[in-house]
Structures are given as C-alpha cells and as structure tokens.
Ligand binder design. Sequence first.
Ligand code: UD1
Ligand code: MG
Length: 477
Amino acid sequence: MTESLDIFPAKPVDVVIMAAGKGTRMKSRLPKVLHLLAGRALLAHVVDTAAQLQARQVTIITGHGAPEVEAAIALHTSARGQFDLKFVRQEPQLGTGHAVQQAVPVLADDGVVVVLSGDVPLTQADTLTQLLTACAGERLALLTLDLADPTGYGRIVRSGDVVQAIVEQKDATAAQRQITEIYSGIMAVPAQLLKTWLARLDNKNAQGEYYLTDVVKFAVADGVPVVAHKILDAVQIAGVNSPVQLAELERAYQKRIALQLMEQGVRLMDPARLDVRGTLRCGQDVVIDVNCVFEGQVSLGDGVQIGANCVIKSASIANGAVIHPFSHIEGGKPGSKDAVEVGAGALVGPFARLRPGARLGAEVHIGNFVEVKNSSLAKGAKANHLAYLGDATVGERVNYGAGSITANYDGANKHRTIIEADVHVGSNCVLVAPVTIGAGGTVGGGSTVSKDAAPLALTVARARQVSIPNWKRPSKK
Ligand code: UD1
Ligand code: MG
C-alpha cells in the first residue's frame, strides 16, 4: 500500500487525528474511538494508517475519555513506534477548528498536516498518498466524494471548477443543500498556512462552533489553490456514530479482507461469514469453511483446511493440517513459549481446544473434547477422545487413551508429565505430575500413576479386580 513512496512531497508528514468528540449515539461507557473494529480500536486503525504514510509525528486530540484513550493508544503504538506520538487535550470541545487549534503548539512549520478523524477507520493509505500528492506541499487538498444523499455533510461549493468554500449543512442555503459533493473531513495542508488560517477562525455560524472547514475560504482569500481529490469509495470516509454504523463498517472491512484472501487463492466457503481480527497469512490451496474467527497472527500452510465454526488465535498451522469444525485454538505471541503450533498433516477436532503453549508435531491427532495446554506432542502422537494434556511432553507415536488426564497442579505448583515414545496410556488414567512413563510402556486403563514407570513396563495402579462367583444380591424381606 505504500508503493508510491517516491511521489511523496519532500515535506515531512505530520498527522493530526481529531478524537475528542463524545460519541453519544454509541450509548456506551467506552469512549467511541476505543470501540473495536476487527479487534482493534477505531482510533488504532487510524494511527496504523498514519504509520503507513511514514508520518513524522502523529498528534491525537483527545477530550471525552482522554485518559483512557491516551493509555490505550500509547500501548497500541508502542508496538509500532516509528513516529513521534503526541496527545493534546481539547477541553471543552468547541468544534473541529478549535480541535486542530489545540495542536498548533506541537506542529512544526516545515511539515504537511494531514487531518484525520479517530472515528473514520477505513481510509486507505494510498488514498491519503494521493491527497498528499494533490497538496504537493503547497496547496490545500480536500478529500471529497459525491453522495446520493449528502445530508449532514459539509458541501463543496465551487465556482466553475474552482473550490470556493465548504458550507456546513446547517449553514447551507437551499441551493447549496442540492450539492452532492461533500467534504470527507480529511484534508492535507501545509502546516505554516494552516496555522495562519486557524488563527483567523471564528464561531459565527449556525452551530456556534469553530469550523476547520472555514480554512477553505481563507485559502481562497489568500490566493492559495484549493484542490479537491474526489474518490468513489464511501466506506473510506465513513464515520462511526452508532452501533449500527460500526457493524456496517466491520462488514465492509471483513469483505475487503475476504476479497484479498480469495485473490490470493484461498477458498472461502462463504466470504460473508469470515472474521479476521488480526493478520491471517495463507499458503496455497487453503480452504476455510463458514463462521471462522481468526485473531492475532495466524498462519496457515499449504493445503490447510479449517472446518466450520472454528476460533483460531495466534497460531501457526503447518501444511496439510486439518482443523475440524468447532475447534478453539488460542495461542500467545508468535515466538513466545505460549505460541501454538500445529504440525504438518495434523488432525485437530472436532471440538478440540488448544491453549497457549500447545505444540503439535507432524501427523498428531487431537480428537473431540481434548484439551492441550503447554504441552508438546511429537510426531504421530494421538489423543483422540475426551482427554487433558497440561504441562506434558509426549513422545512420538504415543497413544493417549480416552478420558485420561495429566494432574499437573498440586494446588500450589505446576509439574511436568513426561510420556516417552511409543507409550500407550489406557483410558481414564490420571498421571500425577511430576511423573515419567518410560518409552514403550503401557498404562492400564483406570490407573492413577504417581510414580515413574520404567520403559517397556506394564503399569497398573488400581484395585485388583475381585469377582465372587454366584454372588446373591440382597433381596427384600
Ligand atoms: C465535519 C465537517 C464536515 C464534514 C464531516 C465529515 C467541520 C466543521 N465539518 O462535520 O464538513 O462533511 O466532518 O464527517 O469540520 N471533534 C473534536 N473536537 C470537536 C469537534 C469534533 O475532536 O470539538 C472530532 C470528532 O470527535 C470527530 C471529528 O472531529 O472525530 C469530526 O467531528 P464531527 O462532529 O463528526 O464532524 P461534523 O462537524 O459533523
Ligand atoms: Mg459536529
């Protein structure tokens, strides 16, 4: 998306994001810009777009919920960190012009300022790059578009082709309200000019607000060219004011991701029933059935199949693995001890649960109602039914019976269970950690094993069976 770097204006880009508004219509305690779209705060999307522009500085104007917004975004950005992040408070909120005025003290004179809104999450970086090109470091560039229903938006007033002003809905004449070209709320403007114009704003208008949009008439008065960069895609300028609009943009975002995946060759059984809340990387011939949710960083190797209704977070799934329906995979950070890995040709589910630190080797089988946490299973190991493996190291070709568990927690500390290669653990066993079952050993069904078992041994740890022949059941007297 940043392939057009070389046509950037020579001036550094400083982004200002307005995010002080209340968001009353969200009817939520959470500040509007912290509501999540695709698992990321609305404002985080905007910050990430700014990062793609190679911004020198990103200044966020906060007001409502400022401490919460600042904390959340500082945390989000620390992971990115390629630009200088600044917060400026706007109290009270007297309009968009007043909002940007607050940023003046932290804006250098030599930059181009791109003004964005924290509640407009889906603007694409290449659109802004084009806007910067239109600005060329010396003009006022406005992002505009034609809307069939422009109600509520500022209208682009032209004389001939030349932009003269932006008139807000509430200040517009009946004739101006017929104009369908609207201002998106996004502009690019040389910092020095912006500062002189901001100093001239007043609030003599229908809303008694300081309108940022009034800079257009100052530009015209000063003989600075005003250019409108018109786009066609309304999603890119759509703001979030209500849960309904948030849901609409979530779908628009997911559709965009689904199209990208299909263009790469991924077979989505229904692109409308996919949710990616992070990054999903796919190899060739990947098939994803309906209603799957991917979070964090997930990578799927060649030929991976994901059944319907799986939730997969932060996992790396190797070539040819199959995740059957209704499986839940929840890994930690890639590369950390909590990462989840599924080996080539492994089979998981249906109804399996892989928790942080689950590492399945090639051709491992994890069946229904099996939970794996912080455990590695070497090539060909199987736990097919109703089992728990926690803090376990499981060797190659181990067969772990139905209903068996590792008792890894003594109430204070966690301990490891080591099951060496070729062990067969019968059904309904409890392996009380720390404990080692030696290679090739067998554990009889129903055993509670609390001492190490030697390789190749049969270990049975339960009451010996007693059968009393011809036993008479008590009968009623
Ligand atoms: C603004 C534009 C309008 C444009 C529309 C696009 C002005 C005067 N009007 O309308 O031409 O068509 O955006 O959506 O700029 N905010 C602050 N502090 C404030 C006021 C607003 O931070 O004092 C923030 C809001 O949180 C929001 C953004 O600025 O993120 C835009 O504010 P909003 O009230 O939605 O814009 P409008 O005035 O409706
Ligand atoms: Mg407003």
